[in-house]
Every structure is written in C-alpha cells, then in structure tokens.
Design a binder for this molecule. Sequence first.
Ligand code: DWN
Ligand code: SAH
Ligand code: ZN
Length: 409
Amino acid sequence: MEYKCLICRGEVKPFISFGRMPIANAFLSPDQYKNEHFFMLETGFCTGCSMVQLTQLVDPDLLFHADYAYFSSISVRMAEHFKQWADAARATYASSNDNFVVEIGSNDGIMLQHFAKAGVKHLGIEPSANVAEAARKKGINTRVCFFNEKTAKEIVVEYGQADLVTGANVICHIPDLHALASGLEALLKPKGVFQFQEPYLGDIVTKVSYDQIYDEHVYYFCLQSLQKFFNGHGMEIIDLEPQDVHGGSMRYVVARKGARPVQPSVKEWWAREEALGLSKFSTYQQLAKKIEASRDQLLALLKQMKSKGLRVAGYGATSKSTTVTNYCGITPDLVEFISDTTPGKQGKFSPGVHIPVVPYEKFKTAKPDRALLFAWNHGHEIVANERAYVQGGGRFIVYVPAVKEVEGV
Ligand code: DWN
Ligand code: SAH
Ligand code: ZN
C-alpha cells in the first residue's frame, strides 16, 4: 500500500504499525461493544517534506463531539501551566483589552479564562460541544465548530482580525493543515502572531513515548517539518521554546514572513534536530525497533506480576493508554481496573481491551500492589499526591522512557 503525504502529496513510508485500534477516547459501556469502531494505526515519514504522520485517519466527527471525554482542567498542574502561558502571551502580544485573541481547541477554557477574566476581547473555537459548554459556563465566549478557512473567515467578518491566535495540543489534530494555514492568513492582523504548543517529535524519539501515537494525533511535529510547511504559506516560525508538559512539548511562534524578527532559538533548534536526525527515515526505523522492545518488556513485566499474584491497576485512563493497552495486549486479567478522576470516564470500559474505569476512591480502597502509570506525563503531580500509597508498599510501573518499577518519578 502506498500512502501520499497529507501536506505535500509526496510518498509516506510507514515505519511502525500498531495494528487494529479503537478510538482512543471512546470509553464505552458493554452494550456499545458490538458497534465499536476500529482502524489501522500506523505511522509514516514523508520522503518529500519529512512530516511524520498517520497513514490512515479517523473522521474528526467521530473523535470530537458532544461527548468528548477529555476535560483539560482536570490537572492542577496544567491549569497552572496555562495561567503562566496566558499571562506571558497577554503581556507580549495582547496587552490592550482592544486586542483580539482567538484560541483554537479551547476545550473547557483552561487558557482562555485568563483573557476573559482580564476583559480581553476573545473567542474560543471548540467543536466538542460538552467541553465548550463548560467553558461558556465560565463566561468564555466560545463557538462550537472546527477551525478551518471557512470558519476563520466567518470570525473575521464578525469580530475583525486577531492580534494573537493560540492553540495547544490541537494543531496536530487537524488533518487539513492547508485549511488551517489559509484560515490563519485570513484571521491574523499583518503583525499578528500564532502561538501554538504540541507534543514534540524530538521527545517522542528520545523517550520512545510511542503512546503519543493515536487517532487524534494526525501529525508529530518538529521545527524542520513545520518551518517548510509555514514557508509554503508566506509565514515562518520566528521563535520556539520547549515545554515540560504532556511528556515533552514545543511552543512555536509563527508570523507572516518578515513581519517580526526571527529569534536565535530557530537556528539553535534546527541544529539540534539535524543532530537528532529528525528529517531522516532511518531515525524512525530505529525508533520502531525500540517501540517493539518496549512493548515486549512491559507485557513480560505484567505477566511476571500476575504469576507472583500481585495486583496491578492502571493510573489515569488517558488517550495514550489506549495505544499501550491495545498494542501490548494488556487485558483485564493483567490490569484489573483503571482509576480516573474524570466523571464521564468512570463506570465505563477502556476502548478495545475493555478494562473497567473506576473512580479514584476505588484506587484508595483497593490498594493494588502496582499502579501502571498511564498518566506518566502528570507523574510529578501524581507521585506527590500518592506518598501514602508508596509508604504503604505500593509501587508505580512506568514505561517511558524505559519499563521499570519505581517509587517516584
Ligand atoms: O492532546 C491531547 C491531550 C492534551 O489531552 C488530547 N488529544 C487528549 C488528551 O490526552 P490524554 O488523555 O492522554 O491526556 P492526559 O492529560 O494525560 O490525561 C490524564 C488522565 O488522567 C485524565 O483522564 C485525568 C486522569 N488523571 C487522574 O485520574 N488523576 C489525571 C491526574 C493528573 C490525576 O491525578
Ligand atoms: N487545548 C486543550 C485541549 C486539547 S484536546 C489542552 O491543551 O488541554 C484537543 C481539543 O481540540 C479538543 O477539545 C477538540 O475538540 C479540539 N479540536 C479538534 N479539532 C479541532 C479543530 N479543527 N478546530 C478547533 N478545535 C479542535
Ligand atoms: Zn510531505
């Protein structure tokens, strides 16, 4: 099977296949098992523009809807992270209340609430109606739709052009990036900036964090592939800065070509990506081998736990855990339940392998011997909250960057 790049139509060479996968965030009840949607999860590298991407996509309407499972504000640390970002962005790019700020994928308003509270003219674009409703309840102006060229032009007619457009963990979710760029070209003022933050491909490669790969994440971004893309639309990345969230992210600042000075960070990160080989297919062939080894080690460890009679529970019913459980073959006989604080996930079963998702209180009372840390990206927050669990003899199992049993992260 030959795959064409979603961006440049060049050849996409697959490097890892995870096999048949369910929708990562589709937690379900037993009566829904018979209609569960599956697709082939496979990642490839474009030999034309070096963009790493999925070879097969799930219709965005099946992923983002009125019953979307992920509420951003569930993590205290992420709430603090977005407050800091909003404060800094406001000071740099939108210091006047007449400035107009748009956020793509604003979810429950975790970031935009800070602009709303400060009285800045703002708009959130969020296709998942339930999380958008949570934002509206906080007084955040939110439109329920997908961001694309058409909706961007509608926003310009209604509100005028924007000084600042932001996005977090959403740009890699948009299959038609050309429609995104055309939308930005229409929406941004001549000196306006687009600031966005996504899981960083360099971290995925170095940490072997293959669980970032699932249906919602269509692209795996780095500076080199993104710079080529934005250049094709009369824009350029003028600055970038790594962020210690979601397992390693990168924040990029994009402006119209020549509109703003390009910071030294661009040259520095370009050189780092050269050294890491992010534009070389062989890098991903090596990554695929490490992913397979990680899968084998995790499954072996869980089987060993079972043979010793130790009880294992999952910590955090993340989207990422759907890739791990289905790819490694982690079924309810190996992981009894997954504890999660999101009310909408509780009482349901995990996609594909159907492990029960239970409220956090069950984790407290059941006292499993091991907690498989599916929410490893929130590890510091979780371990700080679970001192009593570790003091009582409990241990965490982690698999990023390596499979091991630990007391803390
Ligand atoms: O890109 C995306 C990111 C931003 O969020 C989306 N495509 C979907 C989602 O990915 P995820 O589900 O992997 O995100 P998290 O933030 O790793 O999910 C954490 C999960 O763990 C939530 O369901 C909440 C839960 N949790 C918990 O039970 N106890 C989280 C914390 C911090 C806790 O202490
Ligand atoms: N920005 C938040 C939410 C990330 S989850 C955070 O970082 O925590 C991804 C969000 O993007 C979901 O709420 C989803 O509904 C939204 N989304 C997906 N495709 C989109 C698109 N084309 N335009 C705007 N939002 C989109
Ligand atoms: Zn390409």
